[in-house]
Design a protein around this ligand. Sequence first.
Ligand SMILES: C[C@@]1(CC(=O)O)C2=NC(=C\c3[nH]c(c(CCC(=O)O)c3CC(=O)O)Cc3[nH]c(c(CC(=O)O)c3CCC(=O)O)/C=C3\N/C(=C\2)[C@@H](CCC(=O)O)[C@]3(C)CC(=O)O)/[C@H]1CCC(=O)O
Ligand SMILES: NC(=O)c1ccc[n+]([C@@H]2O[C@H](COP(=O)([O-])OP(=O)(O)OC[C@H]3O[C@@H](n4cnc5c(N)ncnc54)[C@H](O)[C@@H]3O)[C@@H](O)[C@H]2O)c1
Length: 160
Amino acid sequence: MSKQKKQFLPIALDITDKKILIIGGDEDAYKKLKILQRSTNLIEVIAPQIISWIKNSGVVYHEKQYSKEVLKDYFLIYSCVEDPAFVRQLMRDTKEAGVLLNVHDQPDFCEFVSPAIYKHSNISVAVSSNGEDVYESIRMRNQLKDYFENYQLQKQLIAN
Ligand SMILES: C[C@@]1(CC(=O)O)C2=NC(=C\c3[nH]c(c(CCC(=O)O)c3CC(=O)O)Cc3[nH]c(c(CC(=O)O)c3CCC(=O)O)/C=C3\N/C(=C\2)[C@@H](CCC(=O)O)[C@]3(C)CC(=O)O)/[C@H]1CCC(=O)O
Ligand SMILES: NC(=O)c1ccc[n+]([C@@H]2O[C@H](COP(=O)([O-])OP(=O)(O)OC[C@H]3O[C@@H](n4cnc5c(N)ncnc54)[C@H](O)[C@@H]3O)[C@@H](O)[C@H]2O)c1
């Protein structure tokens, strides 16, 4: 039987005073951290080995293995670990703890996916392909970014 296609709902979540956990401490985790830092400072990282870029980014980090007891302290979990056995266990743990999980670059395992975002003051434009074509999302976000930046520029020119 063919697998049912996933459906993702684009929404905007209130993350005020809510901590986000990134599991994994390599370059992928760093990229994810930089994206999340555009929206919040309440991010923590856990991994047995953490690269210095992450350590120097001002984030709270825990240089140790993840264990499921930590999940209750966080609102969202982003995993940047490749090991499939680890991911399978993490999916069970997050389900049990009732916390939402994003698995970096693996839509089949994601309970939410990250859109490509353009943010200007209070306006956010978020593009998602329902987890199907991230390159198209990034391309479209970049086009929208150009459009909005030109629009801002034109407004400034008219005002002066
Ligand atoms: C938008 C962004 C947000 C973010 O990550 O926060 C994001 N990916 C970004 C970058 C990026 N991703 C990849 C590269 C190539 C370089 C590299 O390999 O490193 C780059 C470019 C780069 O890193 O510069 C590879 C990739 N990504 C996924 C797959 C698997 C697949 O498609 O099946 C593959 C392998 C594809 C292949 O086969 O080649 C999957 C996902 N990536 C998503 C989001 C979700 C879908 C969103 C949607 O619905 O469209 C989803 C489903 C899950 C998730 O991760 O949430 C962020 C842009 C940040 C920004 O520019 O602001
Ligand atoms: N079983 C497998 O198939 C398997 C397992 C591991 C890695 N790999 C492959 O090996 C390559 C490189 O592996 P890698 O070591 O860079 O990837 P990795 O996914 O093991 O590690 C990525 C990051 O996650 C962290 N991490 C690993 N286990 C963790 C845990 N229990 N708790 C918290 N953080 C943890 C690491 O410290 C690292 O920072 C990848 O391409 C991957 O596909 C395959």
